[in-house]
Design a protein around this ligand. Sequence first.
Ligand code: SAH
Length: 250
Amino acid sequence: MVRFAREPNFLAMRRSSLVSRNANSTPSEPSHFEALRREMVALQIRDRGIRSERVLAAMASVPRHEFVPASQVSAAYSDNALLIGEGQTISQPYVVAAMTDALSLNGSERVLEIGGGSGYHSAVLSLLAREVTAMEFVPQLADAARSRLAHLGFSNVHVEQADGSLGWPSGAPFDAILVAAAAPEIPPPLIDQLAEGGRLVIPVGSAEEQNLLLLMKSNGGVTRKIMFTCRFVPLRGRHGWQTEPQGTTQ
Ligand code: SAH
């Protein structure tokens, strides 16, 4: 997979490949989706303070409408979370961008994502990092994300169907870890599996509301910063919610 840092022509190449694919696979004009993406980036992301050109370019490149069921395609670039089946959702574009921005990726990193869902956020991360391991609990979602990402050419993402609250020990340490589901507490294995100098973004709190936390590991210690309040679907598994709280995502 080519990344922005090393291939300035990537965006143009990728867009032209999307144009031909979309022309064959969807009735809507590809330029329509591209225009919606540009507007999404300008109004929902740049105007709200995300300034990294690499993050903005990744958000402008990934075809969000390809990651949602047909019933959600017309809403794909709206300022909302979207239903992706199995009671799960893709986060609102701004939340995806803000979480990604907080990881300060430069293209060299190995990233662990917990809660791969549709694969949309994995695709965004894959354009900004060397390699992404995306863990998804629900087998149907993991299978669908794996084939969708392969079909769209995001070849540096590996989807693993397993309990991500335990992390992915065989791939550790990771330079960045992103959790896209609400945790009652920070799962200890994720801190253990974070490299020195690494960053972890995770929503932590009650089922109704969480703080999106950015943790940084340095000199053996961990510092934390609250980014903003949010509401994600629950993290399940060993270090998640043992009983099912009701949650929605942002
Ligand atoms: N980032 C995703 C959306 C995440 S929604 C996207 O871009 O589409 C949260 C996801 O976390 C759901 O798909 C849910 O099944 C998954 N999840 C919840 N608990 C998990 C766990 N312990 N391990 C892995 N995935 C988990």
